[in-house]
Design a protein around this ligand. Structure first.
Ligand code: NAD
Ligand code: UGA
Length: 464
């Protein structure tokens, strides 16, 4: 099947950048990204590139080049489904917050709504591509919904999980380690797989495009995230051991990472991993394993999440204990709120949970982040439903200047590894703070010796 028109449902952190790159590399294909969120679509269509709904280095240039030529953003979901031969489903799949599987299973209601919408409006055969991260076997449910229409329209389901990381999304999409495509193994399934392979082959070497059956593809996405997160929890567990023994976790990470069997990546000890996916996808894996009666498998992976929470708690406790066991009424400045550098995304950021623990201790928190907005920070903290909005507003302040944010504070806590933090005038910051002045470096981005020379008491992760 020759693909001329693609519709992507979901204009978020994945749908937007992914389709922008596919459009850039396939000028002969028209791509429309649709969403029910009108504000989001308006932002994608904004002539002011600073107003795009997500911040991702390099994204604005690709949007500028393709938008209005072969890349479009629209709220007209029905028309664009009908017009397209291939439809990507790239909607959110958060952890369920209700009913059976609450707090663990993936909430598939948005995916199901997409399948029902496609079933309702499709008048010609379609290839439906799962781009969202989904529990293994979801394709069966999608296929059942699509096949029940009685319209005679034929649907092929593919799984094409996305492996981009935020902050490096454009590079990850341009030079992916691999593209994974799962599909049916019969003739029409293979034709559909080929149609998608050809789209990626416009820029990805064929040997990096991996094709598998549907279930291997769906499961591989969950497993990839579980393995990545596991490495972080593993090194974070060692950070605690380092703090009690005089070893330095960065030195240990370097030493083990030089073993080519272990490798150097994802060994950066931190205040804990955040982001919308690691926890959600591992919980999903744990839920699936439990549902299949594989309790030992479930317990094994659940430990990755348990340790991540422990690492965040340890960081907050360290602040409390170091500040003489009381932070009530004390000003603590946060540098960073996003879950990692180079993104405005703060979903599940460790900063939210550290702030929550300190607010429970009646601290006053002032936050500076280069990209996260004030309203987002309040939404994040209010969404925990721990305190009244008024109380949160009284004790948590947004700052747009890092130096002013630090004035009169007892401690600076670094929650995100934004590059600019290392370049700040730390002497100036020190002079403006209450003494003794503490730095809690949740990302180990500052040079301990240099910082201590200024007069700070420095507490890094996995450093004694
Ligand atoms: P997101 O919340 O940023 O975007 C999802 C979009 O889908 C929203 O704009 C929402 O309005 C829209 N939507 C929901 N239901 C809809 C419907 N019925 N019709 C039309 N639009 C609808 O989510 P995201 O971060 O882009 O993640 C999407 C999926 O990709 C998730 O399954 C996630 O696990 C996976 N994923 C995310 C990343 C990442 O870095 N964020 C990376 C790889 C995979
Ligand atoms: C992660 C995966 O890296 C992507 O491959 C995947 O597509 C994506 O999840 C997803 O499915 O959503 P992302 O969450 O955007 O991408 O960013 P990462 O670079 O993986 O970082 C996740 C968290 O781990 C961040 O809070 C980061 O600071 C932390 N981290 C990462 C560490 O603490 N140490 C490390 O060594 C690496």
């Amino acid at each position: 099947m020759k693909i001329k028109n693609i519709c992507c449902i979901g204009a978020g952190y994945v749908g937007g950048p992914t389709m922008a790159v596919i459009a850039q590399k396939n000028p002969h294909i028209n791509i429309t990204v649709v969403d029910i969120n009108e504000d989001r679509i308006n932002q994608w269509n904004s002539s002011e590139l600073k107003s795009l709904p997500i911040y991702e280095p390099g994204l604005d240039k690709v949007i500028e080049n393709c938008r209005g030529k072969n890349l479009f953003f629209s709220t007209d979901i029905e028309k664009n489904i009908d017009n397209s031969e291939m439809i990507f489903i790239s909607v959110n799949t958060p952890t369920k917050t209700y009913g059976d599987g609450k707090g663990m299973a993936a909430d598939l209601r948005y995916v199901e709504l997409c399948a029902r919408k496609i079933a309702e409006v499709a008048k010609t055969d379609k290839i439906v591509v799962e781009k969202s991260t989904l529990p293994v076997k979801t394709a069966v449910a999608i296929k059942n919904i699509l096949d029940e229409t009685g319209s005679g329209v034929k649907f092929e389901i593919l799984s094409n999980p996305e492996f981009l990381a935020e902050g490096t999304a454009m590079r990850d999409l341009e030079v992916p380690d691999r593209v994974l495509i799962g599909g049916g193994q019969d003739e029409s399934g293979k034709k559909a797989i080929n149609a998608l392979v050809n789209i990626y082959a416009s820029w990805v070497p064929k040997q990096n495009i991996l094709t598998t059956n549907l279930w291997s593809s769906e499961l591989s996405k969950l497993v990839a995230n579980a393995f990545l997160a596991q490495r972080i929890s593993s090194i974070n567990s060692i950070s605690e051991l380092c703090e009690s023994t005089g070893a330095d976790v960065d030195e240990v990470a370097k030493a083990i990472g030089m073993d080519s069997r272990i490798g150097p990546k994802f060994l950066k000890s931190s205040v804990g991993f955040g982001g919308s996916c690691f926890q959600k996808d591992i919980l999903n894996l744990v839920y699936i394993s439990k549902s299949l009666g594989l309790n030992k498998v479930a317990e094994y992976w659940n430990q990755v999440i348990i340790f991540n929470k422990h690492q965040r708690d340890r960081f907050s406790k360290n602040i409390l204990n170091s500040l003489y066991n009381t932070v009530a009424g004390k000003k603590i400045t946060f540098f960073g709120w996003s879950f990692k550098k180079d993104t405005n995304d703060s979903r599940e950021s460790a900063a939210i949970y550290v702030a929550d623990s300190l607010l429970e201790e009646k601290a006053n928190i002032h936050i500076f982040d280069p990209k996260v907005s004030e309203s987002q920070i309040y939404d994040d903290i209010n969404s925990l439903e721990k305190r009244s909005q008024k109380l949160n507003e009284n004790h948590l302040k947004f700052e747009d200047n890092p130096y002013e944010a630090a004035v009169d504070s007892h401690a600076v806590a670094i929650l995100t590894e934004w590059d600019q933090f290392a370049d700040y005038d730390w002497k100036k910051i020190y002079n403006s703070m209450n003494k003794p002045a503490f730095i809690f470096d949740g990302r180990n981005i500052l040079d301990k010796e240099e910082i201590e020379k200024i007069g700070f008491i420095y507490k890094g992760i996995g450093k004694s």
